[in-house]
Design a protein around this ligand. Structure first.
Ligand SMILES: [Zn+2]
Ligand SMILES: [Zn+2]
Length: 299
């Protein structure tokens, strides 16, 4: 058994892919994260970043490779790469797909729906891999990894937060989640909260994330931009830092970068977050998730 526990970012952009020289550092592909935990190979979301990952996996076709794809939700920036995921067309691959039902439709209906002829020339039925869909209702085990799902992410249509546990360590994947609207607030308190105001998160969310080694979290907005984007479903800097500090997440990786934020702007957001976290919880660190970056969870 392999004891590797790694995270690779294949797509870190939010909302829409952003090709171009201004995005070279953090990348332009939309959300896709690969997590390898021992013999378990998992993919979280199938934004445009999954295309390159699929091409890398093609080399494993001979061994009849198996992997699992988990969906936070089914907005475009999290599913649009799926029709370009080449392993799905190859019979040797076995792919398990997991998600929770958002709105009235299942992940299966949404993935098949985006491959209707009016949207895409190749139908879902052309995918020859052994694809199995699963609706999540509780924790599941894949090889030696345990995956927990938290269905309460605040986002239009809902979003699911995941926690992967392996060999005494863990990763939390928390994207498309408007944490500010999950806070417990006094009635009449000014909203959005000022940067220095204490944040109180719901206890079930705290329990879910507490003590994780790696927290991957949507931090699309500065506090100033968030004030103009309330109800859009995404994280704001001060509240994300408060979550990292209060849960004691050892390393936090900011992701779902705004399509209007070039490399310079994302770096400013990461540096501002690092300054705040160094005061709130000096034992923890914060980083910007960059496309192509692999981290070892135990580091
Ligand atoms: Zn998104
Ligand atoms: Zn979304």
């Amino acid at each position: 058994m392999s004891s590797d526990f790694t995270v690779t970012f294949w797509g870190t952009r939010g909302s829409i892919a952003t090709p171009g020289f201004r995005f070279n550092c953090y990348g332009g592909n939309t959300t896709c994260v690969e997590i390898i935990a021992g013999d378990a190979r998992m993919i979280f979301d199938a934004g445009t970043g999954i295309r390159d990952l699929g091409n890398k996996l093609l080399g494993q076709a001979q061994q009849g490779a198996h992997f699992s794809i988990f969906f936070s939700h089914t907005h475009w920036d999290h599913i649009q790469g799926f029709p370009f995921f080449t392993p799905a067309y190859i019979p040797n691959f076995r792919i398990d797909i997991y998600g929770m039902r958002n709105n009235a439709q299942s992940v299966q209906e949404m993935l098949q729906g985006q491959m209707q002829q009016a949207y895409f020339p190749v139908p879902f039925e052309a995918m020859q891999a052994q694809i199995h869909f699963h609706e999540l209702t509780g924790p599941i085990q894949i090889e030696q990894a345990t995956i927990h799902a938290f269905g309460g992410g605040h986002h239009p249509g809902g979003s699911t937060i995941y926690r992967v546990e392996f060999a005494g360590r863990s990763v939390v994947f928390c994207t498309d989640c408007e944490l500010d609207l999950m806070l417990e607030r006094d009635p009449g308190e000014k909203f959005p909260l000022a940067p220095g105001t204490p944040r109180q998160f719901p206890s079930d969310l705290m329990e879910f994330i507490r003590g994780t080694d790696v927290l991957i979290v949507d931090c699309q907005y500065t506090d100033e931009l968030y004030a103009q984007r309330i109800n859009w479903g995404h994280g704001s800097l001060s509240t994300v830092v408060a979550l990292a500090a209060q849960t004691g997440a050892r390393r936090t990786f900011l992701t779902h970068h705004d399509p209007e934020h070039d490399d310079e702007t994302v770096t400013e957001i990461v540096e501002a977050a690092a300054q705040k976290l160094a005061v709130a919880q000096p034992a923890c660190t914060v980083h910007g998730a960059r496309e192509g970056m692999t981290i070892s969870v135990g580091d």
